[in-house]
Design a protein. Structure first.
Length: 119
């Protein structure tokens, strides 16, 4: 009957029993500001990035973070639904690390491919 709710037929990247992970969002201002001021990353790039996060540990304020550029994912026809969506596409991850939201501690690794220096 058309008025009954259909069962979800889409697949998710979470396993049964796991909590649902949040989807992509604009990077939090605290992370973006630190990237620009401390890591000296180009602000045009920073504010164009999307973030996917998953909580870790016993605290609800600790997160694993992956930053990527939506246009790169679109070019590769990759639908990023959550943190785990990028497991099979490591080249799309530009920055990866952890963020302690409560204590404002950010640890990010720059995963961008550097061009080899030729002489």
């Amino acid at each position: 009957m058309f008025w009954r709710k259909k069962e979800a037929t889409t697949t998710t990247d979470t396993k049964p029993g796991e909590a649902k992970l949040p989807g992509p969002k604009d990077i939090p201002p605290q992370i973006g500001s630190r990237m620009v001021t401390q890591m000296q990353v180009d602000p045009k790039l920073v504010w164009d990035l999307k973030a996917v996060m998953r909580p870790f540990g016993d605290n609800s304020h600790n997160f694993d973070v992956r930053l990527y550029k939506q246009s790169h994912a679109d070019d590769k026809k990759v639908k990023v639904k959550n943190y785990n969506s990028l497991n099979d596409y490591p080249k799309l991850i530009l920055f990866e690390g952890t963020w302690d939201k409560k204590n404002q501690i950010l640890k990010l690794d720059d995963k961008r491919v550097k061009a080899p220096v030729t002489s």
